[in-house]
Design a protein around this ligand. Structure first.
Ligand code: TYD
Ligand code: MG
Length: 420
């Protein structure tokens, strides 16, 4: 709140398109730079993804599949935030009674949390001003409309104009606005993607089908890094944050099976143990399939070429599937070694030891290249009971790490030999 200063208004008015007061140029020395004030959302996992809490006067879009838990998350946040500032939760999807019932179940009753069932943006903004809301939740942007625009809610022009009004409100009053947007897989209706450039922060709430774990990630953040993720579990009593998610993506049964390998990934500022699975199967097709979920398929094709050239494992007559367990996206090349280990294991039908982890980037000439934060990754693996690690030579720790034997390799054949 404290951060809202008059010097912002001209920029905001320009962004909104309709300048009520003509902008005036001012000398840079006279403009006070204020640190953006931030509000604690009640979830440390959510605060971290936001870059350290909800910035006052910011607009955040939270996208995700219907039913993933967007309303639940924001209702719980609204409850926590209302302990400090007035909050208005506007729903165009449910009745006030339905939301209130859920709120009573999920959050402590708070006098400063107001609800309104309304789809007119003008009405919601009037009410927001009337109750002095410092945080405004819009559930969902697809149900909202502006009277002057002749289009049905959810149409691109409505989405844009509704969002523009809400953005202007945030910039003019310093209230933080949280927008919920349903993402339709088929893209039948223009999804919230058309709004991404209008808002400060874009978050996606995702999950592996059937899993109770939810991952929230930033794909755009004017106020923080975009590689942070927050992990939650959906429970009877709403969402619970998972403060130490390191090993929840290890869903392995008790018996070792071929085609499974574990890597230590780094997401944002922390390490996580993640299982990579592969299935290699003789192909009936002229063009064998290379399908990867949670990993770049082009990179799988590249790794297969390296496996062939430098380790003599030929898979051109096999379909190769790669899956990262838990709905996680592995964007790091550090996962290469685990991906080739899983593929080689499935191909040979030999399972890898259960207490083995592997990380390292694979180069085109078959060399194993170092990755950042090698020691941190090894310590995380040791903490979770892994006893052996295959790592790039340059990532060999200078001092022994208690509990884990490190096999440092610099070429693919040596790495594959160390798997057994
Ligand atoms: P919801 O927040 O309504 O999803 P969205 O707004 O993204 O469409 O969450 C819907 C699902 O979450 C619903 O299928 C039931 C489940 N759920 C729980 O398991 N526990 C709870 O406490 C709540 C509120 C919902
Ligand atoms: Mg909802």
């Amino acid at each position: 709140m404290a951060s809202f200063s008059e010097s912002r208004a001209p920029r905001a008015a320009r962004a909104g398109g309709l300048a009520a007061v003509p902008s005036q140029a001012e000398p840079i020395g006279g403009i006070v730079a204020t640190d953006d004030a931030r509000l604690d959302t009640g979830f440390a996992e959510f605060d971290r993804v936001l870059g350290g809490g909800l910035v006052t006067g910011s607009v955040t879009l939270i996208g995700g599949d219907p039913g993933i838990g967007k309303s639940t998350l924001l209702l719980q946040c609204a409850g926590a935030l209302s302990g400090r500032v007035p909050v208005l939760y506007a729903t165009g999807e449910e009745s006030v009674r339905q939301v209130a019932e859920r709120a009573r179940r999920l959050v402590m009753g708070s006098a400063a949390l107001s609800l309104i069932a309304e789809t007119s943006v003008e009405r919601i903004l009037e009410e927001s001003v009337r109750c002095g809301a410092r945080v405004l939740v819009i559930d969902s942007i697809q149900t909202m409309s502006v009277g002057e625009v002749e289009a049905v809610p959810g149409a691109v022009t409505q989405l844009r104009e509704s969002t523009a009004r809400l953005v202007r409100h945030a910039k003019d009053t310093g209230a933080s606005v949280l927008l919920i947007g349903h993402v339709t897989r088929e893209g039948v209706i223009a999804g919230p993607r058309v709004l991404e450039h209008m808002v400060d922060t874009v978050l996606y709430f995702e999950s592996d089908s059937g899993s109770r774990f939810r991952v929230i990630r930033a794909v755009k953040n004017r106020f923080g890094a975009v590689n942070e993720i927050g992990v939650f579990a959906m429970e009877e009593q709403g969402l619970r944050e998972v403060r130490n998610p390191s090993a929840i993506f290890l869903s392995r049964g008790s018996e070792p099976v071929p085609g499974s390998a574990v890597t230590v990934a780094r997401e944002g500022t922390r390490q996580m143990l993640i299982e990579v699975q592969s299935l290699v199967d003789p192909s009936q097709a002229a063009n064998p399939r290379r399908v990867a979920v949670g990993f770049d398929s082009n990179r799988v094709a590249l790794l297969l070429a390296v496996l062939h050239r430098h380790a003599g494992i030929a898979l051109h007559s096999h379909d190769v599937f790669v899956n990262v367990v838990g709905g996680v996206q592995l964007a790091e090349t550090a996962a290469d070694l685990a991906v080739v280990a899983a593929i080689a294991s499935s191909m040979s039908g030999t399972s890898l030891p259960r207490d083995l982890v592997a990380f390292g980037e694979l180069g085109l000439t078959g060399e194993i290249r170092p990755v950042p934060y090698g020691e941190e990754r090894l310590r995380e693996a040791a903490k979770h009971g892994f006893r052996r690690a295959i790592v790039p030579r340059a990532n060999a720790p200078r001092q022994e790490i208690p509990g884990i034997d490190v096999v440092a390799v610099n070429r693919l054949p040596a790495a594959l030999a160390a798997l057994g």
